[in-house]
Design a binder for this molecule. Sequence first.
Ligand code: PLZ
Length: 447
Amino acid sequence: MTDSAVPQKRFLHTAIPGPRSAELHKRKLAAVSPGVSVSLPVYIERAGGGILVDVDGNQLIDFGSGIAVTTVGNAAPRVVARVQQQVAEFTHTCFMINPYLGYLEVCEALNELTPGDFEKRSALFNSGAEAVENAVKIARHYTGRQAVVAFDHAYHGRTNLAMALTAKNMPYKHRFGPFASEIYRVPMAYPFRWPTGPDNCAEECFANFVELVHAQVGEENTAAVLLEPIQGEGGFIVPAPGFVKRVADWCAEQGILFIADEIQTGFCRTGNWFACEFEDVTPDLITTAKGIAGGLPLSGVTGRAEVMDAIHASGLGGTYGGNPVACAAALGAIETMRAENLANRARQLEALFLPRLRRLAEQYPQIGDVRGRGAMLAIELVAGADDKTPNAALAGRVNAACHAQGLVTLTAGTYGNVFRFLPPLSIGDELVLEGLDILDQAFASAV
Ligand code: PLZ
């Protein structure tokens, strides 16, 4: 599945973490702010395909992709080749001073690949949070309105405006206020936890949304509705079918811009170039980052030409936005996605994971829900068959048991009770199946 130089085998020859990792972690505790914490203190030296190699020589299976970033794999050959060439040619000019081709090519690719058969423009930034901030700036400027509507369980980043748009207090917002104003929050169409059941979810949640925006914000005051087509950090919540489309169509009727945050879902992760395609939705603005550049920091805002063209000269920018090395990485990543049809690979991974996750859910009543798309899948852990109380303790125990066996897994969710799977699309089937065996054993030991 991969042409990585790293042997595609799990291999443990010390405890996890091993002694060299433990030593480095002591230095981390002395040197790095504890605000930046580490969930698995295993220090990495090399990585590729579906394997992370640590400083003790252990080889771990990667089910996290550095939070959905190394979609094309770590050190993917086309990314490495283009980055090496670019870094030797020039590293920075500042696009706003002296432009260069790579930036144009990334914007052209974004304009072509994002949903919507109309003229588009893009602008490049450094991080997901920065893309979200700029999408909001653009929407406010274009509409002349200020309010932005975001959803329960949303995650949009850690800068001040992005934090305001993010739903969860701990750890993201706690004692970091005051937050940016003119942000309004509405319920998410969360099928598993919808009070009257999943069948009513889209309809009732949409009615609720319209009523809240009308009564509490005012359509004519609302610049944008911002939504992750599958919520990421909030717990891999796939909105009830039809909900996203109804919201987007209603926004269009009201002159409100619909912004899709595809920072986690974009670039083949869910089995399409973008997750909005599953919903038959065409956003006015779309934010991208993470998988776009194979691990280098790059993000983008792409939107309708008339919206993007409304911004005055120099209204958008930044010293590093669209750095040439990051653009070279993005071009290598996009080339890899096309050449290896990685959207299809994400669908294959879904077909490999889902039956096993469903079988596990039949075995353990603590698995309340199995959901997701492509290589963005999750199980939600609860108290039991008739009790949906979130079970974060079990998620923590399963996570620890996976880590001890050299499987890098991540949790998520507003209640910390969602176990998520985000493998690189360069992982081979054998490693996936081995990882799923480890997950089985982790449940057997942790329940
Ligand atoms: N929007 C949908 O998933 C980043 C956060 C990790 P940045 N998600 C991972 C953490 O705990 O900080 C994310 C996202 C969506 C925006 C962002 C923000 O992207 O590149 O982390 O700023």
